[in-house]
Write a protein that binds this ligand. Structure first.
Ligand code: FPP
Length: 233
């Protein structure tokens, strides 16, 4: 069964998730929003495992956008602490399963203990090649593109597309083949705007905490039916 799925997904190198809908999931159960984010982390664990089991090598997740800093202080603290706990708890699992961690975003924003855990998870997983988990933290795609444009000024000549790509946070990761957004909205919300040029987009009504391995397989099946022409006929 998994072998068949792997065959179906063999053209996919990178899948990205905009994990939206945690707050509404909690609200509909009369629970505080933070329990929605907590359930969101459980979903993240299930989904990453399922993606790697299907032979897909790179996963990106939008965990904390630069705009999320406008949320109430309590919620920001809760999200940062969830990320910290997740990295602490999962590090052994990342090492055991040879998953390399990557991060994109302005990480200076985070408190020292969070930056230390990020640094530790980068250092201890940097040699792994076959599975990559790229976590967007305090990330905004327009900032990423501006940052790359400023770095490009140091090049003596006009730079190529490949050189520009190497200045993005995703320099070690190919662009996503597909981007999945849960939660009903149909937009990219400042996520991977440059990298998304030829990504197949999936906008699902399901809320992130309800997303599952079964939903993932529905997306992968639909992806298999799409024709990717990359501008050609
Ligand atoms: C959007 O839901 C989700 C987020 C802003 C954060 C996503 C974070 C997690 C799933 C957990 C932490 C991540 C890691 C990597 C451990 P929302 O709050 O905007 O939901 P709503 O639109 O229903 O209000």
């Amino acid at each position: 069964m998994l072998k068949d799925l792997k065959k179906q997904t063999s053209s996919i190198s990178h899948i990205a998730f905009i994990m939206d809908g945690n707050g509404r999931w909690a609200k509909s159960r009369l629970m505080p929003r933070k329990l929605g984010h907590k359930k969101g982390v459980e979903t993240l664990k299930e989904v990453t495992e399922a993606v790697y089991a299907r032979g897909i090598k790179h996963i990106s997740v939008y965990a904390f956008s630069s705009e999320n800093k406008q949320r109430p202080e309590d919620e920001i603290k809760n999200l940062v602490s969830l990320v910290k706990e997740y990295l602490k708890k999962e590090l052994e699992n990342f090492i055991e399963n040879e998953i390399r961690l990557e991060f994109m975003g302005d990480l200076d924003y985070f408190p020292k203990d969070t930056q230390d855990i990020i640094g530790d998870s980068l250092e201890k997983t940097k040699h792994f090649k076959n599975k990559v988990l790229n976590i967007a933290l305090n990330y905004g795609s327009q900032d990423e593109i501006l940052r790359a444009a400023n770095l490009a000024k140091k090049f003596p000549n006009e730079i190529t597309k490949e050189e520009f790509y190497s200045l993005l946070y995703t320099s070690n990761i190919p662009p996503p083949d597909l981007i999945v957004r849960t939660g009903g909205d149909k937009r990219l919300s400042n996520f991977m705007l440059y990298q998304a040029a030829y990504s197949e987009l999936f906008f699902l009504d399901i809320l992130w905490p309800d997303f599952s391995e079964t939903e993932l397989d529905k997306v992968l099946e639909e992806f298999g039916k799409r024709q990717r022409r990359f501008g050609k006929v």
